[in-house]
Design a protein around this ligand. Structure first.
Ligand code: ADP
Length: 257
């Protein structure tokens, strides 16, 4: 619990730090961009100078776009919690998802019959799934299969948390290249990426983890180098049911620390 608290504080600090730096950086870049635009207009049309100026302007533009993303991330919105039916959310994304992973990757779904609704934010859940699917695609450059699955978890597998109303496990698995030990350990750390500058922000998995934990659930990452990866979102059910936790129906929900 101490470790978790530390982690939460670290996240909070990073959020404030990035928010503050991003804001100042944004203003600074705007001033640079403004000056460059003026220079571009006033300088005599020297063909050897223009490409340099254009480079500088493009660089500053990219900087602004990056900063905007960081600002959006540090401004963590409150969740709009509601009962969410996972198969309908996934069905609504399938066409877009299949198009964005390309023809070499097959997307399949594997949902248990009669899944109960979970309590989370539907819009953010969609963003989280997209993050996971993009990661799965990036890890599967030579083609393969991505499976989006969901099952009800057995009561005894429920996190050993007495107050959860039962959980559903939503997972995205791929047959891609997997992660080595070090990557696996650091994958959900904000800004950790193995994708190189300009390709990855390192914020995908930490966003997913933030959503899952704010919903009162837990993120599981399983991976084997050369075999593939499964990322699972354990999400609390929207309605405690008799079959999941008979004696705890009246107990108020509690977020994990
Ligand atoms: P980003 O995708 O921008 O790098 P993420 O936080 O989403 O940021 O992921 C962090 C790192 O975790 C990735 O750079 C990659 O090394 C690893 N990773 C995430 N998902 C997978 C996956 N499905 N297969 C292999 N590696 C993955």
């Amino acid at each position: 619990a101490r470790e978790e608290l530390f982690q939460a504080q670290k996240m909070e600090a990073i959020g404030q730090l990035t928010g503050g730096i991003a804001h100042d950086f944004n203003n600074l870049l705007m001033a640079i961009l403004g000056s460059l635009e003026i220079l571009k207009k006033r300088l005599p049309d020297d063909p050897s100078m223009m490409p340099l100026l254009d480079n500088a302007i493009q660089g500053a533009d990219r900087g602004v776009a990056l900063i905007q993303r960081m600002l959006a991330y540090s401004r963590r919105q409150d969740l709009d919690l509601a009962a969410v039916d996972i198969p309908s959310v996934v069905a609504g994304m399938m066409e877009f998802v299949q198009r964005s992973v390309g023809a070499a990757i097959q997307i399949q779904t594997d949902f248990e019959e009669g899944l109960p609704a979970v309590l989370t934010d539907a819009v953010q859940l969609e963003t989280a799934l997209l993050n996971l699917i993009v990661n799965a695609r990036d890890a599967t450059p030579n083609g393969g299969t991505i499976t989006i699955g969901a099952t009800r978890m057995q009561a005894q597998a429920d996190l050993s948390e007495p107050r959860t109303p039962g959980l559903l496990r939503l997972s995205v698995s791929d047959t891609g290249e997997g992660m080595d030990e070090e990557t696996l350990e650091r994958a959900a750390t904000p800004f950790f990426t193995t994708k190189g500058v300009g390709k990855g922000t390192g914020l995908g998995l930490s966003m997913v983890q933030g959503l899952v934990e704010q919903s009162g659930g837990k993120l599981l990452i399983e991976s084997r180098k050369g075999e593939g990866t499964t990322i699972s979102l354990l999400l609390p059910l929207a309605h405690p049911t008799a079959s999941s936790q008979p004696s705890l129906e009246a107990t108020p929900r509690q977020a994990l620390p």
